[in-house]
Ligand binder design. Structure first.
Ligand SMILES: C[S@@+](CC[C@H](N)C(=O)[O-])C[C@H]1O[C@@H](n2cnc3c(N)ncnc32)[C@H](O)[C@@H]1O
Length: 300
């Protein structure tokens, strides 16, 4: 049987343990529990899964967390904003909260999830497979101006290129709707090649396009913006909040929130990480670590 650790290698594990500093009997909330890569060693240190609540919106991840549920952990299959609202309404309190944002390795590796263009899959990209909006609906039904907005805001693509790419995507979907990740990646690669004369790109030109669509499909930035301010009410005094981000849009939101909320005597938090702790660019086991940033605060 594949262990969760083989499916997804946790990023910045030692540093996360250092900032969260779990001790026996403490309560742990993991809002993006994935395959328990962070949760399992934390549960060892707090001395029991019954002190842990594990949330994920992906049914595949939740199925793999069943072994921690059998040991007493509470599982919540929901987006983390809904989970936090539910826990707050129950008056639950924790000593540590972790958010390890973005996608898991299985989401990227399984072609049928449609997150990657390294292999052909349906244009899906939903973390929660029961949710409504898919990547296919975005690329085949959004207007050109909606696509420009998405590519500039979520893909961080400059506006001239975003307009050219949105034009190419609409031109193609009017003739023949996109079905697969490779079809989309190819249209983007071709249009970028026409504009820059086929220059070599270290990173595939479709990377930022896929990031933008994934953020839209999963409403990632709104979820994050709305969830962070709700977490103080779930933390005990002295409780630690750690967030791992994977791109600058997420990191900007987390940095601003943590800086604002730890500024001044009356602020609810104090900073545990002045500068973010960076993932290793040489992590052969987990390539996602290259862009990872860990930030943490402590509730006063
Ligand atoms: C990077 S993985 C977490 C991996 C986990 N820390 C581990 O080491 O096994 C991110 C997980 O968060 C989940 N996720 C992302 N955004 C979410 C959201 N808004 N609500 C709930 N789960 C979310 C994804 O489905 C994915 O399983």
């Amino acid at each position: 049987m594949t262990t969760p650790q083989q499916l997804h290698i946790p990023v910045l594990l030692a540093d996360t343990l250092a900032v969260l500093s779990p001790s026996r009997g403490e309560r742990y909330l993991d809002l993006t529990a994935g395959y328990g890569g962070h949760a399992s060693p934390i549960i060892e240190r707090i001395g029991g899964a019954n002190h842990a609540v594990l949330c994920d919106r992906d049914d595949y991840a939740i199925a793999h967390l069943a072994q921690l549920q059998e040991r007493g952990a509470r599982l919540i299959r929901a987006d983390y904003l809904s989970a936090v609202q539910q826990l707050a309404s129950e008056g639950d309190k924790f000593d540590m909260i972790l958010m390890d944002l973005g996608v898991s390795s299985p989401q990227l590796d399984q072609a049928e999830r449609g997150f990657a263009f390294s292999h052909s899959g349906p244009l899906d990209m939903r973390m929660d497979r029961a949710s409504r909006l898919t990547a296919a609906q975005v690329v085949n039904h959004y207007s050109e101006s909606e696509l420009v907005r998405l590519l500039t805001d979520y893909g961080e693509i400059h506006s001239r290129l975003a307009k050219a790419l949105a034009g190419a995507i609409c031109h193609r979907h009017r003739r023949q709707p996109f079905q697969t990740t490779l079809e989309l990646a190819e249209v983007v690669r071709r249009r970028v090649g026409e504009l820059d004369g086929g220059k070599y790109h270290r990173v595939h030109p479709a990377t930022q396009v896929f990031q933008a669509i994934r953020i839209e499909v999963n409403d990632e930035l709104n979820q994050l913006r709305r969830t962070l301010p709700r977490l103080a009410e779930l933390l005990n005094s002295g409780g630690r909040l750690a967030v791992i981000t994977f791109h600058s849009l997420e990191d900007r939101i987390v940095k601003q929130f943590m800086d604002d909320q730890s500024d001044g005597l009356d602020a609810p938090y104090s900073l545990l990480t002045g500068k973010p702790i960076l993932g290793s660019i040489n992590d052969a086991f987990q390539p996602r670590a290259r862009s990872a940033k860990l930030r943490a605060v402590c509730k006063k």
